[in-house]
Design a protein around this ligand. Structure first.
Ligand code: DGJ
Length: 595
């Protein structure tokens, strides 16, 4: 492999090393991601890079094929390229040239060298950021790759793609890739459905692609959650593992690909619908963060993620309040006297947060009606919510309130007055799910309406906590009147709304719930404080759901509740001890008519 200059960046801490390198003006590649390799000198870097590329063989391109964070067909990579898109069929295989490199905020000059006398330079840090900006050979596209490595050795990368041409650029897919060593022979990921989230599945890695597509418009009850490659038979405390997570709450991809030469990559990114991203001149697409976590076994990988999340400034610092969620106590049967009595009993057993669930607004007396009408129902709350909230506060508890901001029942004032805000591809509405349709908060007027309706409730009441629900998959989720795909916009709007509420109400905590544990991802958790693990609180099932959810999130961010003796989903009966010990290992709560 011949080259003129090579730059290496070693991030070394917590018994791991990550080495990124740039050869000549090529995009950065991951040369090493795994156990600590010690200090790195230029000759070792050179040996690692040169030894890490395939040797050109018969019936193959004559140059060494380097696989970058965004694998490029133009370099001879014959697996799935990192970027797919074009200007109406042109510029579909860009040749990138890096023109700016920043390492922990300082510019790095590419060292002078020649093919006969190449220059190799190594920069080392415990943790930090490498940013590489590149332009394609025709000057029609610009790409910025931002790679962060934390003190826990957790990598995350995002790409920013800008169209410089006056022709629109149709982006089809952008995935970030991390190579994994040939020692990784198996992959574990997750499947699932309602009440059975994060069901593990495991298979050997063979030539071809194991691609998990999330097409539900939300993270999903059956989301892959993590793709964990590892040495055969890896376990909680055995075998090396390399995990990938796409931090995105809309349509997304987790993939492992092995090409016939043996090279294997973990890749992640957003799944885009046809024509969903069309970049006009000067417009930029920002990919989700794609995480990579090395671990000496599953527990080590989980611990690194947990410590990484705990180091965030927004990570909940206070002891997690023991929560009573009233859903399984009263369902839709809201009544001040009943709920006041429930609050009284709750306070006597040490409940610290009282959450009023679905049913307090509009005509929402069951799940067929009222969704979208965020006004306190005079029918069930003739004196408003304040008497209950004041009572809860007088007992020393915090108060939480349920919302499902991105949804609407057709039988609602909102749907009647704004049918054009329902997501659909044309005149025919998508099939209903739980009697509801998706409200298109990607439409600015609709977004403003929902935000203002929520703020009106939050301004008028002393609310410490929102349980934010999302109870259906997105099907045929287009923006009317054209019907063009709207999932990307919807996901961006969801994050924007969370952000706006967090800024406007300092200290407000938000729970991420979607038909149970359908919104568990590192995109949502940056703006929320807890996930609801599952609607299934039967401890036999919940032991497994909790265990696998902690592969991504620390236990204090996962809500788990002690429910009634006979479980409302499975019908099985369990002792209080078994129900309680199961919930205690996470953010403890109660979901039960304590009266
Ligand atoms: C689904 C949630 O997972 C439940 O906890 C409850 O909030 C219901 N929605 C309310 O409709």
């Amino acid at each position: 492999m011949s080259f003129s200059s090579m730059l290496g960046f070693l991030f070394r801490s917590a018994s791991t090393s990550v080495v990124l390198d740039l050869v000549d003006s090529g995009l950065p590649s991951v040369t090493h991601w795994g156990a600590d390799i010690g200090p790195l000198d230029p000759s070792t870097l050179r040996a690692l890079v040169v030894g890490g590329v395939e040797t050109p063989g018969n019936s193959a391109v004559d140059q060494a094929v380097r696989v970058s964070l965004l694998p490029e067909a133009a370099n001879g990579w014959l697996g799935k390229p990192g970027l797919s898109g074009s200007h109406a069929g042109k510029n579909w295989s860009p040749q990138w040239s890096v023109f700016d490199i920043q390492f922990n905020g300082s510019p790095i000059a590419v060292p002078e060298g020649s093919a006969t006398s190449p220059t190799v330079e190594v920069h080392t840090a415990e943790a930090g950021t490498l940013t590489a900006s590149a332009r394609d050979a025709l000057g029609v596209l610009e790409l910025v790759l931002v790679v962060e490595v934390s003190v826990e050795g957790v990598i995350r990368t995002r790409a920013l793609l800008r169209n410089l041409s006056s022709d629109p650029y149709q982006l089809e897919e952008l995935t970030v890739s991390y190579p994994i060593p040939s020692a990784a022979g198996e992959v574990l990921d997750f499947a699932g459905r309602w009440a059975h989230e994060r069901t593990p599945q495991r298979r050997p890695i063979t030539v071809g692609t194991h691609r998990r597509e999330g097409r539900t418009g939300r993270t999903g009850l059956g989301a892959a959650t993590l793709l964990i490659a590892g040495e055969p038979h890896f376990g909680f405390r055995t075998g090396e593992t390399w995990s990938l997570h796409t931090a995105w709450s809309g349509n997304h991809i987790h993939q492992v690909e092995k090409v016939f030469s043996g090279v294997q990559l973990l890749s992640g990114g957003e799944l885009l619908l046809p024509g969903e991203i069309n970049l006009a001149q000067g417009e930029t697409y920002e990919s989700p963060w794609v995480y990579g976590v090395y671990g000496a076994g599953l527990d080590d990988a989980a611990n690194r993620l947990h410590r990484d999340l705990r180091s965030r400034p927004q990570h909940p610092k206070s002891d997690r309040p023991m929560t009573l969620n009233v859903w399984e106590a009263v369902y839709f049967a809201h009544d001040l006297a009943t709920l006041t009595e429930l609050a009284d009993v709750a306070a006597t057993i040490g409940i610290e947060r009282f959450v009023l669930d679905d049913g307090w607004f509009g005509s929402r007396r069951d799940d067929t009606s009222g969704l979208g009408d965020w006004v306190v129902s005079p029918e069930v709350w003739p004196t408003g919510l304040t008497p209950l909230i004041s009572h809860v506060k007088s007992l020393g508890m915090k108060f939480g309130l349920w919302f499902e901001p991105e949804m609407v029942n057709l039988d609602s004032d909102l749907a009647r007055s704004h049918p054009e805000w329902i997501m659909a591809t044309g005149a025919q509405l998508p099939p209903e799910s739980r009697h509801q349709q998706v409200l298109n908060i990607g439409i600015p007027e609709c977004y403003a309406y929902i935000r203002d309706a929520m703020c009106a409730v939050l301004d008028a009441h002393d609310v410490d906590y929102i349980k934010w629900d999302h109870n259906r998959d997105l099907v045929d989720a287009g923006t009317l009147p054209t019907g063009t795909p709207g999932v990307h916009e919807q996901t961006e709007a969801y994050y924007r709304l969370l952000q706006e509420l967090k800024e406007r109400y300092p200290g407000l905590e938000i729970e991420s719930c979607a038909s149970g544990g359908g919104r568990v991802d590192l995109g949502a958790i940056q703006l929320t404080d807890r996930v609801w693990g599952s609607d299934n609180s039967d401890p036999i099932d919940r032991q497994s759901i909790n265990r696998w959810t902690t592969q991504l999130l620390p236990p204090e961010l996962i809500g788990a509740h002690i429910a009634s003796k006979t479980n409302h989903i499975t019908g099985r009966s369990h002792s209080l001890a078994f129900r309680a010990i199961t919930a205690l290992f996470n953010h403890l709560g109660v979901e039960w008519d304590l009266r």
